[in-house]
Design a protein around this ligand. Structure first.
Ligand code: AP5
Ligand code: MG
Length: 207
C-alpha cells in the first residue's frame, strides 16, 4: 500500500501514522520530521527550512519534492510507504504522481477549534512519540524516558499561520485525490483508537 495522510496541522496524522506503519510494516515518511531532524543537525537544508517553518510557512516545493523523491527511491519503500505531511501543494501532488502511484489518500477531518486545542497541548519526544497534556501529565517519554518538549512552531501566532496555509494550499488536495478515486475520509475528532480502527477498516476493505 502506498499511502498519503491528509489533514490540518494537529489533526492526528503523526499519531495515526505511527500506528498504521507498525501494523502494516511500512516506512513512515514525515517531511516535518525529516526537516526538524535537519534543523537539529544544523545541515544546510535545515538552516534553509527553519526560515519557513518558524513563520508557519511551507518550505519551497522544489526542496521538499527532491527530498521525498530521494527517500522513496530507497529499498524499504518498494513494498509500500506512508507519507505524512506530503504532498501539501498541488505542485507536490503532481510531482509525486510522476514517481509513485498512491493507492489511498486518508483525509483525517477535524474542526479548527479542536486542532488548536490539540496543538496547544501537544508534547513531543525526540524518539517521535507525541503526547497531549490532557491525558499525559508526566514530563518523560513513556517509550524511551527522554524529556518531552513543545515544538517551536506550536506557538499561537505560528499555529494561526499554519492553519491559513493549510486552508489555502493543502485543502485543495482533498478534491485532487477525490478526482483520482483514492480519497477516504476519516472522522479525526473521535478517540484515538476509534480513528485507528476506522483507518484499518478502510485499508483492509479497499486492498
Ligand atoms: P508537520 O510536521 O507536517 O506538521 P503539521 O502538518 O502542521 O501537522 P502536525 O505535526 O502539527 O499535526 P499532526 O496531524 O501530525 O498531529 P499529531 O498526531 O501530532 O510540518 C511542520 C512544518 O514543516 C510545516 O508548517 C512546513 O513549514 C514544513 N513542511 C512539512 N512538510 C512540508 C511539505 N510537504 N511542504 C512544505 N513544507 C513542509 O496530534 C496533535 C496532538 O493531538 C498530539 O498532542 C496528539 O497526542 C493529539 N491527538 C491526536 N489524535 C488525537 C485524538 N484522536 N484524540 C485526542 N488527541 C489526539
Ligand atoms: Mg505531525
Amino acid at each position: 500500500m502506498y499511502l498519503v495522510f491528509l489533514g490540518a496541522p494537529g489533526a492526528g496524522k503523526g499519531t495515526q501514522a505511527t500506528r498504521v506503519c507498525e501494523k502494516y510494516n511500512i516506512p513512515h515518511i514525515s517531511t516535518g520530521d525529516i526537516l526538524r531532524a535537519n534543523i537539529k543537525q544544523g545541515t544546510p537544508l535545515g538552516v534553509e527550512a527553519k526560515k519557513f517553518i518558524d513563520k508557519g510557512l511551507l518550505v519551497p516545493d522544489e526542496v521538499v519534492i527532491g527530498l521525498v523523491k530521494e527517500r522513496l527511491g530507497e529499498e524499504d519503500c518498494k513494498k509500500g510507504f506512508l507519507l505524512d505531511g506530503f504532498p501539501r501543494t498541488l505542485e507536490q501532488a503532481e510531482a509525486l504522481g510522476k514517481f509513485a502511484k498512491i493507492t489511498h489518500a486518508i483525509n483525517i477531518q477535524v474542526d479548527e477549534d479542536l486542532v488548536v486545542k490539540r496543538i496547544a497541548g501537544r508534547r513531543m519526544c525526540k524518539c517521535g512519540e507525541s503526547y497531549h497534556i490532557s491525558w499525559y501529565d508526566k514530563d518523560a517519554c513513556q517509550k524511551c524516558g527522554e524529556k518531552l518538549y513543545q515544538r517551536d512552531d506550536d506557538k499561537e501566532e505560528t499555529v494561526k499561520s499554519r492553519l491559513e496555509v493549510y486552508k489555502k494550499q493543502t485543502a485543495p488536495l482533498i478534491e485532487y485525490y477525490k478526482q483520482s478515486g483514492v480519497l477516504y475520509d476519516v472522522d479525526g475528532a473521535q478517540e484515538m483508537n476509534k480513528v485507528f480502527e476506522d483507518i484499518v477498516r478502510i485499508l483492509d476493505d479497499n486492498d
